[in-house]
Design a protein around this ligand. Structure first.
Ligand SMILES: O=C[C@H](O)[C@H](O)[C@H](O)COP(=O)(O)O
Length: 223
């Protein structure tokens, strides 16, 4: 029988627990796939020193499962960072930020020695760009940033009623040319008033745990 998307997410999440080293600090992302990872880690016998959370939602779920939380300023390095993605390509470059948490995710991922992305097969794409790219922007610069995004060929749309963890606004952009994801990531971040965009190309994942109908595949970057 065909597995649902949630069942596939759970398979990837459960597999990721095997890659968590004992007695180390780790980083934990945000989203529905990561929620299943937190649950699987919490129910497993694995003991970690603590985890840095990238959102209030992840921190709350970690507390529920007795996973000790540590603040990012209290650690200089994390053994692994586990997170989902909205899209991921064969180079393991990603679009993230569907939940508006990409700024914290980029910061915590940078602290980690290994980035493990967990995803169901719908997230694996040849080319990035269908999923809107989330931009975290300083509220007073929102219109100015949006005009710059239009000049780059994008169609910006404010995420109404949403504030990021750091009190900023999120503008979702479609239509950008992501054929050169690193160049676009840099170009977007050079816009004044932009805090961080949701393209993770400069620092891609190291390992993708991809759950498919015919099993779980481990993928490292195909260059
Ligand atoms: O801001 C949210 C994050 O980047 C998530 O990792 C991403 O949106 C994937 O979420 P989900 O696992 O719910 O598809």
């Amino acid at each position: 029988m065909k597995k649902s998307q949630t069942e596939l997410k759970r398979l990837a999440a459960e597999k990721a627990v095997e890659f968590v080293p004992e007695n180390e600090y780790i980083g934990i992302g945000t989203g529905s796939t990561v929620n299943l990872f937190i649950e699987a880690l919490g129910k497993s016998s694995k003991q970690i020193k603590g985890a840095v959370a990238t959102s209030r939602e992840s921190a709350a779920l970690m507390a529920q499962y007795g996973i000790p939380e540590i603040h990012p300023n209290e650690v200089s390095s994390l053994a692994v960072y586990v997170d989902g993605a909205d899209e991921i390509n064969p180079l393991l470059q990603m679009i993230k930020g569907g939940g508006g948490a990409h700024l914290g995710e980029k910061i915590v991922a940078r602290l980690a020695q290994q980035f493990i992305c967990i995803a169901d097969e719908t997230k694996y794409v040849k080319r990035l760009g269908k999923f809107p790219v989330a931009m975290e922007v300083i509220p007073m610069a929102r219109s100015m940033v949006s005009r710059e995004l239009v000049k780059l060929g994008g169609q910006p749309e404010l995420r109404i009623g949403f504030k990021s963890l750091n009190g900023n606004e999120i503008v979702d952009v479609t239509g950008l040319d992501l054929s050169q994801p690193i160049a676009m990531e840099d170009k977007l971040n050079a816009i004044l008033g932009m805090v961080e965009n949701g393209i993770f190309a400069r620092d891609p994942a190291d390992l993708l745990i991809l759950a498919k109908q015919d099993g779980v595949e481990l993928i490292t970057a195909h260059v």
